[in-house]
Design a protein around this ligand. Sequence first.
Ligand code: DQA
Length: 141
Amino acid sequence: MRILVINGPNINMLGIREPDIYGKNTYADLCEMIESYAAEKGVEVKLFQSNHEGSIVDEIQAALGKFDGIVINPAAYTHTSVAILDALKSVALPAVEIHISDVSAREAFRQISYAGMACEKSFIGMGFEGYLRGIDYLMSR
Ligand code: DQA
């Protein structure tokens, strides 16, 4: 099984950005955790992070025929990007939405998730663990 893990803007700043919200672990720590979990489960993963909406759209489109599912934390684009929603709908791969923080308990502008409308499941507010639960979900599906 091949899973594409996409992270949006500022996820590369984990460990530095708002540690009270996102924790002290870095993006490299997150990648290591996902890679070792995937290896343990016999899943092939590609990790992709971008601060650019169009690059994320390109990566989703390129996943067609190459991956069996997508784990995505679109970060701030969650709440704004119809383009990412449409890209996920276009490829129609099983997708899972992840948020490190509990967006449901945060600002009003974080209460809408466009990408989430194209995702089968959401793992929210579970920290880095959410990514692993996303992989589990795609495997069990
Ligand atoms: C986030 C939540 C978003 O609202 C925010 O813009 C992020 C990270 C999360 O993982 O908790 O950058 O997606």
